[in-house]
Design a protein around this ligand. Sequence first.
Ligand code: LLP
Length: 371
Amino acid sequence: MQTPYYEYDLGLLESTLAAIDRAVAGERDWHVHYAIKANANPLLLPLIRQHGLGIDCVSGGEIKVALDAGFDASQIVFAGVGKADWEIDLALESGIACFNVESEAELDVIEERCRLLDRKAHIAFRVNPDVDAHTLAGITTGKAENKFGIEIPMLRPIIRKALESRYLVFEGLHFHIGSQITDMGPFIQLCDKVNQLQDSLEEEGIRLNIINVGGGLGVDYDNPLQNMIPDFQAYFDVFRNRLNLRQGQQLHFELGRAVVAQCGRLITRVLYVKQGTVRKFAIVDAGFTDLIRPAFYGAHHSIVNLTSHGEPEKYDVVGPICESSDVFGKDAVLPRTSRGDLIAIMTAGAYGETMASCYNQRRLPPSEVKE
Ligand code: LLP
């Protein structure tokens, strides 16, 4: 296939999903949703559906893709700080399981849309738990200064408002503290916050049917081949051991990256090798339009030369786009590299293809299944 393109290893996706199955086995009140923003490629969705995962959406477009891929509306939750009226209507008309509501203003609009469409909305409030996930600055979400969620001191009157509405069914609370979290500490802190909050709400007679702890489990970008499947057991055990769930209460998860990151890689070809006075560049045909994470977040992806077995040398692996941030890796150690070599940029299955753009009038990257 013409480079650059994404290549997906469905065998690895299957093994990853099986590891999730094992880690949640026996937990009847747990529901794992896949955060489809990580990757909505139709090559992957059927496997994810077969393993019984639901879908976490953040736009009307994602709701449509999930429904088209055969997910049942009752398995879909809808989050996001800025839901447009048409997106709310689509969600109501499809009968999705739950809205994760992020502000009082949004609650008012959802209630109004329900009145107009004569529908009821099941809602949970997204709470900003003020937990520092110690992750990349661009992807932290649970701190008080972030735009996401409702701060705890402002929560009670909004819950009361929902409880009083005949159009709204209050289901519970939603939390998401950030992404690419590899240390279990922040998840432990999250459990403690949730426990505290649940106790204090119950004292006031407020009961939660659903607790949604979001996503965020990270993957190993540095050594993907040694660590292809995240430690789901350790992650789920945190919640199993630390969260005080009530009888019959549902626990929801929304994992994106941990499900799909390792099963995808971006395949690109070396166009030119250019020796500067200071650095040597391997100029490849993929750019940040295909995979924006290094340019946008300073994220590291392991880079492999699939063709050459020469002596190791250092290269700056850069793309063709007219911006100096179009760099996949500085000082990447690769076997001696020449024009025509195939390069794999690893761990690109999550937030790769879904964040691609057409800047410089480039085509969106196509994809294929690894043989
Ligand atoms: N739930 C909510 C409410 C979220 O905002 C997100 C991700 C997830 C679940 C899934 O998080 P995950 O399990 O994938 O960490 N583009 C960035 C990541 C942005 C994450 C946004 N929210 C990146 O490339 O690193």
